[in-house]
Design a protein around this ligand. Structure first.
Ligand SMILES: Nc1nc2c(c(=O)[nH]1)N[C@H]1C(S)=C(S)[C@@H](COP(=O)(O)OP(=O)(O)OC[C@H]3O[C@@H](n4cnc5c(=O)[nH]c(N)nc54)[C@H](O)[C@@H]3O)O[C@H]1N2
Ligand SMILES: Nc1nc2c(c(=O)[nH]1)N[C@H]1C(S)=C(S)[C@@H](COP(=O)(O)OP(=O)(O)OC[C@H]3O[C@@H](n4cnc5c(=O)[nH]c(N)nc54)[C@H](O)[C@@H]3O)O[C@H]1N2
Ligand code: SF4
Ligand SMILES: [Mo]
Length: 715
């Protein structure tokens, strides 16, 4: 509860330290936690990615450990008052187990669903997938990474046969002659990464940024392309068009290492630069400069992030940039390539171990008989008992509580009431459930709707592994025990599994090992076996190996063999060893502007807040730095509305509206408005966003919809 109970601390004892990593984003900056007299301090720690740097979120991350809002007891919704009330652990467990049994008995196994998160450690992500498939035996599990990485992941699989955010170490960015960032704002989303951009320019390299706003990152660029949101694919095709006409295509690489180029060549033939200019607003001259800078570079890197990916054509847009990279012969060439900047702390690992609806550990497929057989053997269950594929996150959330949809949902590590597209509708779906269980250490907006809330441990209270944006597996180390009465996610899953399996196991299996072991290192050993031979092969990675060096890059099949910092040097992990081109064409956004909704609305992040804000909105220094939501708009738009800086405006779409102060910016495109998505309530950006999704990845179109802006209060 929120009684401010402090855990037993080491008051009076000598300081203790743990060498660990930041709990937030995928850069996973190294940090040392030091506890002295009950106070926990963050000290920066050198790691190859952050080189001792931390952003403000990292510096203040320990402030939530003893925060008065910290949940330390289970909460149960009281049927009489409708309020969440503190309850005993046994009462909470009993409510969950009885609820699940009753719902599955009357509606079938798939009536219970699980929603995970890309912030969970590898061990937890693996255990959650196993819990869904083996204990609940439901096909319905998916996670918030669907809102984050799924378009780049699908494009990577399609082209390269593998999905690892960066197929090379981050330090390669510093040596690129040309670096193209498409829809990425790392100066705010991964500040210590900027040292590689600075290094790159110090060596004489060129930085080109593609973003509709003049961001902190764009300000550092040699060239900033400022397209209309949703037109990145037209830009990519025009860049390849120019590369072809100006002779930058590496024909021997295309012939020797790829398939499918002819179709792409035909497709981009019609993307003459003036056509892309008309659509995107990026001038022909800037397109030519960009194509020449990439084509003429010895080392060139193209990176995409959410700005290009969170669209209903996100997979094709990323494919457009992958095509460009392949045509220039970049992937596998030293210091060159295509990569995507993964977002969440374990966004990479979170998508490898089985939280995805269609996936089993080791990046195996749940619809592939050989993959099912391998994992079922490790799990000690018949392959036929494993459920089939479920549905992507938005479809899952949108089906909750409907006649054919799940009646119960267990949430671990996500706050969809704030972060899901068309959030008012999803909030309604969550309210329609018979049983909503949320496991969190804070009372998020989603936890506030739950029937049962289980308190869980925080990052500094548990061991485990995370896989950073480079595919480097690293160690999270516990500094201290969780507060009394609080269990780790693994302990919760283990207890739930035991309780649900009681009476359901046949006598011959009673003596077997627990389905979900509560100890992270035991889970990791099982994960290694389950991933062996898969695309994301961790078999050769032990905690000791990670500790002995600065982590280990997957694939790493043998304990005695090397890991893989760089992929694609000789071949691609496709059946014929070649990368695959796919012809892709620009298409309009799912919702186009019109007379009633004449402006483009796009969303994103600010430095001092993280995601749905559950954590960072509670940290005083971060709240001071970024106290509230805002609507960034051009002064010309503000003039038309009669709005001055700081005045409240209403942003309306066909789904709903948000109200927040206007922030005038002469640098944003006059046809586009922007809002961060870190806040709930009246300022919730996702009340406005569109729920159109990419047909391949299921990624929602967070980055573009049509809106009207009005002054919120009449004068
Ligand atoms: N401070 C902070 N850092 C974070 C996070 C956080 O919440 N806060 N979250 C982490 C996570 S999970 C993620 S996924 C990453 C995300 O990291 P980024 O992708 O860098 O972050 P975003 O702000 O979502 O989007 C990047 C940029 O895309 C631009 N954009 C919008 N629409 C378009 C478009 O159509 N085309 C192009 N080219 N650009 C467009 C926006 O103006 C924005 O500046 O950040 C991680 N780091
Ligand atoms: N409009 C718009 N919407 C977006 C985006 C956008 O750019 N625009 N970006 C999307 C992206 S990229 C992402 S990644 C999502 C993220 O959005 P969410 O999925 O909501 O992610 P978080 O806000 O990080 O939520 C994590 C929750 O889990 C809790 N938590 C943290 N660690 C743990 C743990 O180890 N165990 C448990 N049990 N709980 C934990 C936190 O307290 C918090 O309440 O938002 C998406 N939504
Ligand atoms: S950049 Fe990311 S990992 Fe590094 S300190 Fe900031 S939030 Fe933490
Ligand atoms: Mo993300």
């Amino acid at each position: 509860m929120t009684d401010g109970t402090r855990p037993a601390t080491a008051a009076g004892r000598p300081p203790i330290e743990a060498a660990t990593h930041c709990p937030y984003c995928a850069l996973q900056c190294g940090m040392t936690l030091r506890e002295a007299d009950g106070e926990v301090a963050v000290l920066p720690r050198w790691f190859p990615t952050n080189q001792g740097g931390l952003c403000q979120k990292g510096w203040t991350a320990a402030e939530l450990l003893d925060h008065p809002d910290r949940l330390t007891t289970a909460l149960l919704r009281d049927p009489a008052s409708g309020e969440l009330r503190p309850a005993s652990w046994d009462a909470a467990l009993d409510r969950i187990v009885t609820g699940i049994r009753t719902i599955q008995a009357s509606h079938g196994r798939d009536a219970v669903a699980v929603f995970g998160g890309g912030g969970l450690t590898n061990e937890k992500a693996y255990a959650l997938g196993k819990f869904a498939r083996v204990v609940l035996r439901t096909r319905h599990i998916d996670y918030n990474g669907r809102f984050c990485m799924s378009s780049a992941a699908a494009a990577g699989m399609r082209a390269f046969g593998v999905d690892r955010g960066l197929p090379f170490p981050l330090a390669d960015l510093g040596t690129a002659d040309t670096l193209l960032l498409v829809g990425a704002n790392p100066a705010e989303t991964m500040p210590p990464l900027v040292r590689w951009l600075t290094e790159q320019r110090r060596r004489g390299g060129r930085l080109i940024v593609v973003d509709p706003r003049v961001t902190a990152t764009a300000r550092q660029a040699d060239l900033h392309l400022q397209p209309l949101p949703g037109t990145d694919l037209a830009v990519a095709n025009a860049l390849l068009h120019i590369a072809l006409t100006e002779g930058f295509v590496d024909h021997s690489y295309v012939a020797g290492r790829t398939t499918g180029f002819d179709e792409v060549r035909r497709a981009v033939a019609e993307w003459w630069p003036a056509r892309a200019e008309a659509l995107s607003g990026v001038s022909v001259a800037d397109l030519e400069t960009t194509a020449r800078a990439l084509g003429g570079a010895g080392r060139a890197i193209i990176l995409t992030a959410r700005g290009a990916e969170q669209h209903a054509k996100g997979v094709d847009t990323v494919t457009g940039y992958v095509n460009l990279a392949l045509a220039l012969g970049l992937p596998g060439r030293p210091g060159s390539g295509y990569g995507c900047l993964t977002g969440q702390g374990n966004g990479q690992g979170g998508r490898e171990h089985g939280q995805k609806a269609d996936q089993l550990p080791g990046y195996r497929r749940i619809d592939n008989p050989a993959d099912r057989e391998h994992v079922a053997t490790v799990w000690g269950v018949p392959a036929d008992d494993l459920p089939g594929p479920g549905v992507p996150a938005y479809r899952l959330l949108d089906s909750l509580g409907t006649p054919d949809g799940p009646k119960a949902l267990l949430v671990f590590g996500s706050n969809p009431v704030v972060s899901a597209p068309r959030a008012a509708r999803i909030e309604g779906r969550l309210r329609d459930l018979d049983l909503l269980v949320v496991v969190d250490f804070l009372r998020s907006e989603t936890a506030a709707l739950a029937d049962v809330v289980l308190p869980t441990a925080q990052w500094a209270e548990e061991d485990g592994t995370m896989t950073n944006l480079e595919g480097r597996v690293l160690r999270r180390r516990a500094l201290r025990e969780p507060p009394p009465g609080v269990r780790t996610d693994l302990e919760l899953l283990a207890a739930l599994a035991t309780a649900l399996e009681q009476g359901a196991v046949s006598p011959s299996t009673v003596d077997r090992k627990p389905t979900i072991p509560p100890e992270p290192q035991v889970v990791f050993e099982e994960l290694r076996a389950a991933s062996a031979g898969g695309l994301a092969d961790y078999a050769g990675i032990s905690w000791e190996r990670i500790d002995a060096r600065a982590g280990a890059f997957w694939p790493c099949p043998d304990s005695d063999g090397p890991d893989t910092p760089r992929l694609f040097a000789d071949r691609f992990p496709t059946p014929d060893g070649r990368a695959r081109f796919h012809a892709v064409q620009h298409r309009p956004a799912a919702e186009e502007v019109c007379a009633a909704y004449p402006l483009h609305f796009t969303t994103g992040r600010v430095l001092a807040q993280y995601q749905s804000g559950t954590q960072t909105r509670r940290v005083p220094a971060l709240r001071q730095a970024a106290p509230a939501a805002f609507v960034e708009l051009h002064p010309d738009v503000a003039d038309r509305l009669g709005v001055v800086d700081g005045e409240l405006v209403r942003v309306l779409s066909r789904r709903g509206e948000l109200v927040a102060p206007a922030r005038l910016s002469p640098t944003i495109r006059p046809d586009t408005v922007f809002a961060p998505f870190h806040w709930g309530g009246a300022a919730r950006a996702n009340t406005v966003t569109n729920d159109a999704v990419d047909p391949i990845s299921g990624m929602p179109e967070f980055k573009i919809c049509a809106v009207r802006v009005e002054k919120a209060v009449a004068t």
